[in-house]
Design a protein around this ligand. Structure first.
Ligand code: NDP
Length: 434
């Protein structure tokens, strides 16, 4: 056991929202944009200074490889504070009118797959736009959010501007349903997202939802195959596949399918699974026994429905929750493993012959978060991107994140954008442009 964390009840949620309201009325909404920027820049620099400590804490808490928390999560966390900090005193130039106003108190609920990064995506734009926040991290990964509270104190942030409350789903429910919050921002499962949307309906609360995905990663026969293989591996095995925009459905053009699959399997035999704190580890631990059970149940359904399962031989540690990198072939669009979000290191492979067939298969999902296109032809990239019903489309790369780019979904992947100038709109009293 790493630590024991308090479970916030109704009185704690009320106190946190009241503190955020007081800080909003008395301090934060009255402060100039330059004043807010000064604090947010300070927080960003402290995150950089303490990045080693935060990376280790994230890996201990979440199970993700230290190489990822150190080289991906933490640099992105800092960047996602620096970027909105730069906007705080320039909001009148952001395209939301001459004097855009903040909303008030934001209730933010985040998941366990990128604990500190999801906090950054939520807290930084909210503060830059002049709102105060109450944030609830996931039950299984609250530690970096608590370290972040310490960073806020170190930065001298006025009391009540950022409030972190820990607890389980019920605490999250109390927070989003609290009558004195003006904005709800949620990242997590589609099921909980729908429940929150129902709870918020009929109130004045502004809502953004970032939910699941079942992205297609589409490889054409003219793609640079070696580069595509790296993109496929990064697309689904990064962070044990606990990624909402993961490329969990691989669509291979038939003429290169055998060659690409053989290369992919060769590449997977080189991945190292094990101790997340070892910097040579590629695949870390599954975050919880609950998530492992979900992956096991869905992969079992893949076999039961007739798909063919393959994993490289790799030693699985005796203690903890682990799942080997897995590839399913002979997958049809009707299989559960082609339709449902597995949220684990499991790839479902389908094939196609023509670009039109690739589009039809890629869009044949209730989700619409991301997609990847691998081809040498620029015109095909543009045409395919215009056909994808997905909020993010990567070309000849995958899982690339940048604070200047908006991120968000279509269909059951949610609505509203995070990041970029579009992400500011979610925390201002204006119509959401997305
Ligand atoms: P949830 O949607 O349950 O959790 C996300 C966050 O919401 C957590 O902080 C959770 O708290 C909180 N929460 C749970 N119930 C409520 C509620 N009624 N009202 C307000 N907040 C609530 O995701 P899970 O962790 O249960 O994961 C289940 C599945 O969801 C995964 O297998 C995956 O498929 C998908 N998922 C998608 C993510 C994405 O980024 N799109 C991220 C995480 C999961 P607590 O952690 O304490 O339950």
């Amino acid at each position: 056991m790493l630590s024991e964390v308090a479970e916030a009840g109704q009185a704690d949620v009320d106190a946190a929202v009241a503190a955020a309201r007081r800080a909003y009325d008395k301090t934060w909404s009255k402060m100039s944009g330059e004043g807010r920027a000064k604090y947010i820049f300070r927080i960003a620099r402290l995150i950089q200074e303490r990045s080693r400590e935060l990376a280790v804490l994230e890996t201990l808490d979440n199970g993700k490889p230290i190489r990822e928390s150190r080289d991906v999560d933490l640099p992105l966390v800092a960047a996602h504070f620096f970027y909105p900090a730069g906007w705080a005193d320039k909001l009148e130039f952001a395209g939301y009118g001459p004097d855009p106003k903040s909303l008030g108190v934001a209730a933010q609920v985040i998941p366990w797959n990128f604990p500190l990064l999801m906090l950054a995506w939520k807290v930084a734009p909210a503060l830059a736009c002049g709102n105060t926040v109450v944030l609830k991290p996931a039950e299984t990964t609250p530690l970096t959010a608590l370290a972040f509270a310490d960073i806020c104190q170190q930065a001298g942030l006025p009391p009540g501007v950022v409030n972190i409350i820990t607890g389980a789903g019920e605490t999250g429910r109390m927070l989003v349903e609290h009558p004195d919050v003006d904005k709800v921002a949620f990242t997590g499962s589609t099921e909980v997202g729908k429940a929150i949307q129902r709870a918020v309906a009929g109130t004045k609360k502004k809502l953004t939802l970032e939910l699941g995905g079942k992205a297609a990663n589409i490889v054409f026969d003219d793609a640079p195959i070696d580069q595509a293989i790296e993109g496929i591996v990064n697309g689904i095995y990064f962070n044990q596949g606990h990624v909402c925009c993961a490329g969990s459905r691989l669509l291979l053009q038939e003429s290169v399918a055998d060659e690409a699959l053989a290369s992919l399997k060769r590449r997977l035999t080189t991945l190292r699974l094990g101790d997340p704190l070892d910097k040579n580890t590629d695949i870390g631990a599954i975050n919880s026994s609950m998530q492992l059970t979900k992956i096991e149940e869905l992969t079992a359904s893949g076999e039961a429905e007739g798909a063919e399962r393959w994993s490289p031989t790799c030693a699985i540690p005796d203690k903890g929750f682990w799942f080997p990198p897995t590839v399913f072939t002979n997958v049809t669009q009707a299989h559960r493993i082609a339709r449902e979000e597995i949220f684990g290191p499991v790839l479902s492979v389908l094939t196609f012959r023509t670009p039109e067939e690739a589009v039809a298969k890629a869009n044949n999902t209730p989700f619409g978060l991301s997609a990847g296109i691998w081809t040498e032809k620029g015109s095909r990239i543009l045409w395919m991107a215009s056909q994808m019903r997905a909020g993010i489309v990567w070309a000849n790369t995958f899982n690339r994140f940048d604070p200047t780019s908006p991120f968000g979904g279509f269909k059951e992947s949610g609505f509203g954008r995070e990041g970029g100038v579009q992400g500011l709109g979610a925390y201002l009293n204006v119509e959401d442009p997305s």
